[in-house]
Ligand binder design. Sequence first.
Ligand SMILES: [Zn+2]
Length: 171
Amino acid sequence: MDCRTAEDLMAGLIDNELSPGHQALLEEHLQHCHACSGLLEQLSEQPLSPPPMSPMGDDFWSKMDGVLSAAIDDELEGAAQDTPEAEPSAPKKPSWRPSLALFFYAATLMFALGWGLYNHQQLQLSQQETAMLQNILERERRLSVQPVTIPAALPGSGYTFANNTPSRGTF
Ligand SMILES: [Zn+2]
């Protein structure tokens, strides 16, 4: 086996993909050829093939999890503070202007609503007062219309009363 063929087969040896015959031939060459055995050592140290998961072990994923959840928390906090459609990449300044305008709009609306309620209450109060006055007037009217009953004679006394009516005249 020449060095060129050995080089080609080294990747297969590292990945354990060589047939037993090729592997035996390559190992035999490596025992005699210092250049190729040195090259194999270099290749073995470099992660040519996708490495096993050990470099990104539990520690890596727990760190990544922490970073990701922190980023998600930041984004959620930002979304809670700003309007929901605000992009995290978007600058924060334009986002408070619509919300401030919305605030003033809401405040104006609330003021108008309160003013309307106040006026409504005042109207109800004046209506109640009018109704009360009407009741008083009605009571007065009934009192004035109702005939005052005057007893014809006080019991036990010698006096008699006469009604003041035009037909009878006044005594
Ligand atoms: Zn060689």
